[in-house]
Design a protein around this ligand. Structure first.
Ligand SMILES: C[S@@+](CC[C@H](N)C(=O)[O-])C[C@H]1O[C@@H](n2cnc3c(N)ncnc32)[C@H](O)[C@@H]1O
Length: 226
């Protein structure tokens, strides 16, 4: 982390998806005294909210050095006990299992070649925190396959994603891995700048009705049997 100047503009600003995920954690799972994980932690807004709900510990992972530095600074100023680590979400498998796992991954389908050319989800791609690859599933697919390994028996994953990244597919993958998965919250969101830039491409590829400029986002809850 040394030598990384803090650039807060490179950090994903908490939005409706962030707040819907926090609401789902608050309403759907017991948190007090439990071991929690925030994957793709960005500004740390979810991790800090989970800490505020009384988790015994909260660990966050993000590949963006700016985000990690920003989250650590915010947590320190707020006195929140969260441990934000620089690294891919996959590294959380090394310190699993957790009782509560929250995740707001990049899940916007993004035209190949868009942005700075860095592969989505790759180290050092701070300018594309929403880029989920051409189908939006660059993190969702592998995460849904191994989610059960991240959870204690009786543990819960809460995952927020865009409708454009195939919510049914996530539900199927999570169920196939032995978790009890369903949508617990959803919301309608007007297109922000990132999705607006992809709108024409989504229309051309038949995934968006011409002229439509809002999407559904959903929080999936997936429980591991006790
Ligand atoms: C949509 S933002 C969510 C940020 C925050 N959790 C929130 O809800 O506001 C997605 C975050 O995932 C991070 N990210 C992208 N690929 C990642 C990966 N492979 N492992 C961990 N974090 C990743 C990005 O840097 C970005 O901060």
């Amino acid at each position: 982390m040394t030598g990384v100047a803090l650039d807060a503009t490179a950090v994903y600003r908490p939005q409706q998806d962030s707040h819907l995920l926090i609401r789902a954690v608050r309403e759907s799972v017991p948190v007090v005294g439990r071991r929690a994980l925030d994957l793709c932690s960005g500004s740390g807004v979810v991790a800090m909210a989970v800490a505020g709900l009384g988790a015994a510990s909260v660990t966050g992972f993000d590949i963006c050095a700016h985000a990690v530095r920003y989250a650590r600074t915010r947590a320190s100023v707020a006195g929140a006990r969260v441990d934000v680590r620089l690294g891919s979400w996959t590294q959380a498998l090394e310190c699993a299992p957790f009782d509560v796992v929250a995740c707001n991954p990049p899940s916007l389908p993004t035209e190949p070649g868009h942005g700075d050319g860095a592969p989505p989800g790759a180290w050092g791609a701070p300018s594309t925190p929403w880029n989920g690859g051409p189908d939006g599933r660059v993190i969702l697919d592998p995460l849904c396959r191994v989610a059960a390994d991240m959870l204690t028996a009786g543990g819960t994953l809460l995952l927020v994603q865009s409708e454009f990244a195939d919510i049914e597919r996530s539900l199927r993958q999570l169920s196939d891995s032995g978790l009890d998965a369903r949508v617990v919250l959803s919301d309608q969101v007007r297109f922000g700048t990132a999705l607006a830039e992809q709108a024409r491409w989504l229309e051309r590829t038949g995934r968006l009705a011409v002229g439509r400029r809002q999407q559904t986002i959903a929080v999936i809850q997936a429980d591991k049997p006790a």
